[in-house]
Write a protein that binds this ligand. Structure first.
Ligand code: SAH
Length: 298
């Protein structure tokens, strides 16, 4: 792609959220970020935060990262969904499709956008994905950490609980790695719709049940629990009986944790009987594996 082509990202926000949105966009926008007064002027708000992403071979990845980072921010601040506009005439939809690729994670996991062809290799565990509006494209480092951990920990026959399933990516991976039963839970109806479609697309509907709700709606206990949500939510779940949903010697894979928040999450888990057994770091992101100690050891 020739230089000089850009994708404009605009986000309309309240004054109070502008700074945080600008910070997120500045990670990906090489020419800086502008904050402009909205139609009502500076005082009344809202304001528009605008940035430009260079249209190079990483554009799609950057766009997804921006969407995912803004999505995370949207959990704590009132921000609109970003709008994107190419600043030169071009058929952008086609341009992006060209850049979409098949993603390999861990030893055997392959994430394939549903419209791309892919030739299977021996031992491949292929997940077809059509993320729609839901989080969980496989590109985010937190998702990749969880997939790698699942690949290591999913023994044939295990039962898995996926809290905050998003696109369903981790639940589908668990099913394809040998779980016999997976419960995928999310409190966002958009995620539920995307997850159900992806479960069908991957022919794992006999194994994976997708349910709208949260930890409080879960009965039973599981050999493996995945939670890739925000640190705050993980702490809250730890305090609200997460450990009860983990079988003795069962494991929790937790991610979505920024490095500064790690001590708080670890402390909350350990208080509730979940002992840290492994930690991974990728940039600022932390992934944790904790084990529920055997009842006789508590
Ligand atoms: N599991 C996917 C998606 C992670 S994004 C992956 O690893 O890529 C986090 C998801 O958690 C979102 O879909 C969001 O809707 C959901 N979520 C956030 N808070 C939640 C809560 N309290 N209970 C259930 N789901 C929650």
């Amino acid at each position: 792609m020739t230089s000089g082509q850009w994708l404009e990202v605009s986000v309309t926000v309240d004054n109070e959220a502008a700074e945080a949105v600008a910070e997120v966009l500045s990670r990906y926008a090489h020419r800086g970020v502008v904050i402009e007064a909205g139609p009502e002027g500076w005082e009344a708000g809202p304001v528009v935060v605008r940035a430009y992403l260079p249209a190079d071979e990483d554009l799609l990845t950057k766009k997804r990262r921006v969407e995912e980072a803004l999505w995370h921010l949207g959990q704590i601040l009132p921000i609109s969904a970003p709008t994107f506009r190419p600043v030169i005439e071009q058929d952008w939809a086609e341009a992006w499709k060209k850049h979409l690729r098949v993603l390999r994670i861990g030893q055997h996991i392959v994430i394939r956008p549903s419209w791309l062809d892919y030739t299977l290799q021996a031992d491949d565990v292929v997940i077809q994905l059509d993320p729609g509006m839901a989080f969980g494209t496989g590109l985010h480092p937190t998702t990749q950490m969880c997939l790698e951990a699942l690949e290591k920990l999913t023994q044939p026959g295990v039962q898995v609980l996926d809290l905050g399933t998003g696109s369903g990516i981790l639940a589908i991976a668990a099913a394809k790695l040998g779980a016999v039963r997976v419960l995928a839970v999310d409190n966002d109806p958009v995620a539920i719709k995307a997850a159900r479609e992806n479960v069908r697309l991957n022919h794992v509907q006999e194994i994976v049940s997708v349910v709208q709700g949260s930890l409080g709606d879960v009965g039973d206990s599981y050999d493996l629990v995945t939670i890739n949500i925000l640190a705050r939510v993980i702490v809250e779940m730890a305090e609200k009986g997460l450990a009860v949903r983990v079988r003795p010697r069962g494991k929790v894979i937790a991610a979505g944790i920024i490095v500064d928040q790690e001590p708080e999450v670890v402390a909350a888990m350990e208080r509730e009987g979940l002992t840290l057994t492994e930690r991974r770091q990728d940039g600022d992101w932390i992934g944790l594996i904790a084990e529920r100690v055997h009842l006789s050891e508590t």
